[in-house]
Design a protein around this ligand. Sequence first.
Ligand code: NAP
Length: 251
Amino acid sequence: MVENQEKNIVSKVVVVTGGSRGIGAEIVKTLAKEGYSVILNYNKSEQCAKDVESELKKQDYAVDIFKADVSKKEEATAIINYAINKYGKIDVLINNAGISQSKLFTEITDDDWDNMMSNNLTSAFYCTREAAKNMIHNKEGVIINISSIWGITGGSMEVHYSTAKAGLIGFTKALAKELGPSNIRVNAIAPGIIATDMNKEYSKEDIEEIKSAIPLNRIGSPLSIAKCVKWLIEDDYTTGEVISINGGWHM
Ligand code: NAP
């Protein structure tokens, strides 16, 4: 096990893709505060990544930031290898990086489609393939994929997003079966609507309408997702599951 020097406690090594903003940033903060050694991956939002890093480092928590576009094989592989070279292992991979787009199906271009798949689905494939080699060797590991409610129910005007997120669910279940014998657990979280930049296009009226369809009558917070991630890491017998966190929007 690795010593977390700042806190001088044994810690797990966690890579969070897309950790600069929104849900990913909250996962990074939650896990760092639990004493895990966290590698925050960012792509475009360098300042946001640095802000999270400095907030945590001020409190002596272990966090590194690493720039990588995880939709690109070499960069996705590089972040996993950075974690392994620095700490000697990777214990937990959170495939959180993602993009969304709302468009009529007939207007989705080839580039839109390819972008959606590479950022939401292929990125998880690249990162997981590299991380799994180390986890299989260690006979231990946890992989958590951030899918979406639309990956379960399908979202109108988000066919490409829904397809990528549904793909992550198939990826999760197949991988859970294949890697279970190596003591690696693989699960997915399917959030409903969570208050992040991803939903900033919605008007106040849109948000009110969505809330009225949600039994808990409110939008979720990134912390709700981060708490579930922490639980999934600490649990020892859940694998191949898709946990829906959506205020009852879909049951
Ligand atoms: P967000 O606020 O827009 O943040 C997206 C994050 O993903 C950013 O940190 C961004 O990094 C990163 N990212 C995107 N493409 C990347 C790439 N190629 N390489 C590295 N990082 C990349 O979105 P969010 O709401 O936190 O979403 C996080 C995850 O939850 C996504 O997978 C999303 O699909 C899923 N989700 C969100 C909701 C919701 O309502 N918010 C609901 C269901 C599922 P940079 O800014 O540094 O590029």
